[in-house]
Write a protein that binds this ligand. Structure first.
Ligand SMILES: Cc1cc2nc3c(=O)[nH]c(=O)nc-3n(C[C@H](O)[C@H](O)[C@H](O)COP(=O)(O)OP(=O)(O)OC[C@H]3O[C@@H](n4cnc5c(N)ncnc54)[C@H](O)[C@@H]3O)c2cc1C
Length: 429
């Protein structure tokens, strides 16, 4: 008989942010066994060395906001809160590439949104009443309506300069197809909450240095095992209880007291649990990184720049690199890479008002399934955390978090899985 308590094992499939968040929280009470099919952790939020640019790049610029409370908790837990830069007061500059006009949303500090009363802080030629009326239309639209349908029979001067880019960047889905209710869920946590909730938070260096490496260090210190190149192919069960996990190369027994969290992408989850309704439609995001020696000369002190009426949508910069994000970018699939890079580079020059310059070294990264398509129909398919198996839980940005498919949603889903697992274990005694 042993006098030492051996904690049960928590088996986590997928080392994206939802799986890592599950592991970090779960390691307080469980032994962690994390299985990842790729050669590295991070999933859709990762960094890698790029030979052409000669440095670590991200698979795409990731913008977080002050409202990302779970993300900040996660970073605090892995002692990585200092790896982010917070841009305050929150300011979102925009430029219209067609007519050259530019403006910025300048939020004011404090809870009362004075900025809405100040013409120089909002979209030009708009009135306070436009914001109030439009927000009310989005709020009232209901679960089965798209953002465009929320505006049926109404015109608004804010649709093109504000709601279109905001919907696309928050939901990676065009306004004509995006769910009004999930946009509202995002707006009440950000725009409506005020300046602090809207502050742009950006990694000082890379996504890997912010989210992944400190998490792996934290888990290593807690003796978690992490297996890469380990693809889960099948889940075996007996009487509603998971008994073993069949990987491509081996089978792992799940002891009766153990739990399993499936934190894989939606499509993989659908293969493993075919009986479950899961959102299967996805939208892509294309990112272009340009090597630019002095990014400050082009973008100044701004953290980011929104581009309207162009192909490029957002411009970010960090030392030596300008990066363009294009959400829901499927229509660009067949473009010749060099022409495409050149076209976007010309837009960058125009948007930043920079003197003409030859195309610098660049890298294009296309994430075909960047997020699920956040339409009313797909949102309705999001499953909850609990499955029909008593020791199997779901995590992932596509599960029913009530949030858009984002870093915050992914991390929240992992925390939710642990909370529910602990609750069930308490019930079972
Ligand atoms: C280009 C791009 C830009 C983005 N921009 C933003 C942004 O600005 N702000 C924001 O908040 N969010 C952004 N996102 C969304 C954000 O990256 C995701 O919401 C988040 O990373 C999803 O994490 P996840 O753990 O749910 O899924 P994933 O990252 O997909 O993790 C799933 C993991 O499971 C592994 N896996 C799959 N199947 C198996 C299997 N059978 N066995 C073992 N392992 C398996 C995968 O390899 C992967 O590592 C962006 C995404 C992309 C792609």
């Amino acid at each position: 008989m042993s006098f030492f308590y051996t904690p049960p094992t928590l088996h986590i499939i997928g080392a994206g942010l939802s799986g890592l968040a599950t592991a970090i929280r779960g390691s307080r009470t469980h032994r962690i066994a994390l299985y990842e099919s790729a050669t590295q952790a991070g999933g859709r939020c990762r960094s890698f060395y790029d030979k052409t640019l000669g440095e670590e790049v991200d698979n795409g610029s990731h913008l977080m906001l002050g409202a990302y409370n779970r993300t900040l908790e996660y970073l605090h837990e892995i002692d990585a809160q200092d790896t982010l830069t917070t841009h305050s007061p929150a300011t979102f500059p925009f430029v219209n590439l067609k007519n050259g006009s530019n403006w910025a949303l300048h939020f004011n500090r404090g809870l009362i949104p004075y900025w809405l009363f100040d013409t120089s802080r909002r979209v030009p030629k708009t009135k306070l009443i436009d914001y109030l009326r439009d927000l009310n239309l989005i709020r009232k639209a209901g679960k089965d309506k798209t953002v465009a349908e929320a505006f049926i029979g109404r015109s608004s001067p804010l649709i093109e300069p504000l709601w279109r880019p905001l919907t696309l960047s928050m939901l990676n889905t065009d306004l004509e197809e995006a769910s009004a209710s999930i946009l509202w869920a995002a707006l009440i946590r950000t725009l409506i909450k005020g300046e602090k909730a809207c502050r742009p938070l950006l990694p000082k260096t890379t996504l890997g240095a912010t989210f992944i490496e400190p998490a792996l260090e934290h888990l290593k210190a807690r003796r978690a095992t992490i297996s890469y190149k380990t693809l889960l192919k099948n889940i075996n069960s007996n009487e509603g209880h998971i008994t073993s996990l069949e990987f491509a190369k081996n089978t792992v027994k799940v002891a009766p007291e153990d739990s399993v969290v499936l934190a894989v992408s939606a499509r993989r989850a659908a293969k493993l649990l075919p009986e479950l309704p899961i959102p299967m439609d996805h939208n892509s995001i294309s990112s272009l990184h340009f090597r630019v020696p002095n990014t400050n000369k082009m973008l100044g002190e701004a953290a980011l720049l929104g581009i309207v009426e162009g192909t490029a949508q957002w411009l970010f910069h960090r030392q030596g690199m300008l990066s363009v994000t294009i959400s829901n970018s499927a229509q660009l699939d067949r473009k010749d890479k060099k022409n495409f890079a050149n076209e976007i580079w010309q837009e960058v020059i125009k948007a930043t008002g920079s003197p003409d310059a030859p195309l610098p070294d660049y890298r294009i990264i296309k994430e075909k399934r960047a997020t699920f398509a956040q339409t009313p129909g797909q949102i309705a398919l999001r499953p909850g955390t609990q499955t029909s198996y008593d020791n199997l839980y779901l995590a992932g940005d596509w599960t029913d978090t009530g949030l858009p498919a984002t870093i915050e949603g992914a991390i929240l889903s992992g925390f939710k899985a642990i909370k529910l697992m602990e609750k069930n274990r308490k019930k079972q005694g």
